[in-house]
Design a protein around this ligand. Structure first.
Ligand code: ZN
Length: 82
């Protein structure tokens, strides 16, 4: 019901690079696998476009603009270290 409240942030970079399920609609994320996305709800599967056979000669791929600036933010751990 109030699910939208969780996504109401737009200008604060809270947007995640996650895919929504086209079948279930926004709100249902696709689980990201190595080479595909999968919806655990309706079994929808979407193959990633960058699926290259990695059995050939090693490609000299330069890490340039593959992903948007994703800074690894330290997540607050809720573990008891006692
Ligand atoms: Zn789905």
């Amino acid at each position: 019901m109030i699910k939208r409240e969780l996504y109401s942030v737009e200008g604060s970079k809270l947007v995640r690079q996650r895919r929504f399920c086209p079948r279930c609609g926004p709100g249902v994320f696709l689980a990201e696998h190595a080479d595909r996305y999968a919806c655990g709800r309706c079994n929808y599967t979407e193959i990633k476009k960058e699926t290259k056979p990695k059995s050939e000669a090693p490609e000299t791929k330069t890490k340039s603009a593959q992903k948007p600036k994703t800074e690894a933010k330290p997540k607050p751990k809720k573990e008891k270290s006692e």
